[in-house]
Write a protein of this length. Structure first.
Length: 492
């Protein structure tokens, strides 16, 4: 039986990102992936939001993705476009990039860190004890790990085998999506004539992505080109001469979330933990950010740096984030329906989103920039930064002017001293870098999404995922408590 610290079940974007995070933090991790290669049936998800681009930037790999896609300074809420240009981030845009490219690039990254991928195999079942998880694979082999993480999609075998409930809402609408060729020039974009539908070309020489609402729900069986044509003709009066499909799929707005993201030594991430209507393009992004939240915590536990209780913060932090995503996708789905009453509601919502404050609020939500983790009881100073993403400031260090995100490339914590240099972190030097720097901003303040300008603190403790765990006011009050909570007991 082969042993690893962590076995990740599923090699999609969430599983790959998690494996990379674990390997970067020194954990022995392996992926089990049912596909023999990373080829996909169809192009699947189509892009990444600002916060996802930021977390990739924090690892120094965002420039591997940006040249492959198209950037657009907009987000959307139920097809109502939102200007992103005034969001306080270096990535005030979305990146249109197909999932197969995202997976291929992440796969190259994890390969650089020596992560083995057991391809062409599935987990048939597993048994979890107090000390380990033993997983049986479809080829007759077995793996043992300290922890097993299900990143195996909405029908997750890991979730079902672990006995984790998946409550939520049954479908109220059904859609067909396909990659096809067209003989006629379509009306591009998102439309609501008769039924929600959209027509895009993500790549200049690639197929056309067609999405259209079906006239009824509950249909089973493999969808056909005829089904797609009938639905699009009902919505547009034409199917634009669709032909040569490379992928046709059916999905609904079924909305569910795992009751817990952790059961003993089994954890869930991505679609295994939450499913929803893909409106707004948040699914892949939520999964990648699940992985970035979990990776460093799980690595610290398997490496003996932190106790198992640290893993409880994964559910505590990420469950509310996905719950909010489910909430806004249900609202968007309701707003996308046909009918004069919904049209009247959309007109009012569009008027509200034309105002700066509502637009900025919803844009920050849709892009993930406004995520705020509950910091819990604090023994140190209060500050708006606590529990929020650290802005990618320009700071002057002994190496010159650098961006804060470059300090996070190694997935380690950072104590950033922006005032009087501090001491007392030597006991955590195995997981936390202490950096003396000077904020280069024009004013002694910087911008947070939605909140606006806040006073620049004297020091911040930044977790490996880029969120702020402690803020200093010129003293070290509460610093050791925060270091102990997030990075385990000090080493002598």
């Amino acid at each position: 039986m082969t042993e690893h610290d962590v076995v990740v079940v599923g090699g999609g974007p969430t599983g790959l990102m998690l494996a990379g995070e674990l390997a970067l933090a020194g954990a022995d991790v392996a992926i089990v992936e049912r596909r023999a290669t990373h080829d996909l049936d169809g192009s699947r998800a189509g892009g990444m939001t600002s916060r996802t681009l930021e977390v990739l930037d924090q690892r120094g790999i965002v420039d591997r993705f940006l040249p492959q896609g198209l950037t657009a300074p907009i987000a959307h809420f139920s097809a109502l476009l939102l200007d992103m240009t005034d969001q306080p981030t270096r990535h005030a845009f979305g990146l249109m990039l197909l999932q197969y490219r995202i997976e291929r690039t992440l796969c190259e990254w994890v390969a650089e860190h020596g992560v083995p991928i057991y391809r062409g195999r599935e987990v048939n079942g597993f048994k979890a004890s107090d000390d380990a998880v033993d997983a049986d694979l479809s080829d007759g082999s077995a793996l043992r790990a300290q922890y097993l993480v299900g990143c195996d999609g909405g029908r997750s075998l890991v979730r079902k085998t672990a006995g984790i409930d998946f409550p939520g809402w049954d479908p109220s609408t059904s859609c067909l999506v396909a990659d096809v060729e067209l003989t006629e020039e379509p009306q591009w974009g998102i439309h609501r004539h008769g039924a929600l539908h959209s027509i895009f070309r993500f790549e200049e020489d690639g197929p056309v992505r067609v999405l259209v609402t079906e006239p009824e729900i509950g249909r089973t069986g493999e969808p056909t080109l005829g089904d797609l044509s009938t639905a699009l003709i009902a919505a547009r009066g034409t199917d634009y001469g669709m032909h040569s499909p490379t992928w046709i799929s059916r999905f609904t707005d079924v909305t569910r979330q795992a009751a817990t993201y952790r059961k003993g030594r089994v954890l869930l991430a991505g679609d295994a933990a939450h499913v929803h209507f893909p409106i707004g393009g948040q699914g892949l992004n939520t999964g990648i950010q699940d992985a970035v939240n979990l990776g460093w915590k799980l690595a610290q536990v398997v490496n003996g740096t932190s106790p198992q209780e640290l893993l409880d913060t994964y559910h505590a932090e990420r469950h509310p984030v996905a719950e909010r995503v489910l909430h806004n996708t249900m609202a968007q789905t309701a707003l996308s329906r046909a009918g004069e009453r919904v049209d009247a509601l959309r007109d009012i919502i569009a008027q509200l989103l034309a105002l700066d404050a509502p637009r900025q609020h919803i844009a920050a939500m849709m892009s993930g920039l406004d995520i705020h983790y509950d910091p819990g009881p604090q023994t140190g100073p209060d500050h708006p930064l606590l529990g929020r993403r650290m802005p990618d400031l320009d700071v002057r260090t002994g190496d010159g002017i650098v961006r804060v995100f470059t300090l996070l490339h190694d997935a380690r914590g950072v104590l950033l001293n922006l005032g009087t240099p501090m001491t007392g972190t030597s006991g955590w030097s195995h997981r936390v870098d202490s950096v003396d720097a000077e904020y280069v901003g024009i004013e002694d303040a910087f911008e947070l999404p939605v909140i606006g300008a806040v006073k620049a603190p004297n020091a911040v403790l930044i977790r490996p995922d880029g969120y702020v765990a402690w803020v200093g006011d010129g003293t070290t009050t509460g610093l050791n408590d925060a270091l102990h909570a997030w990075f385990g007991p000090p080493r002598s």
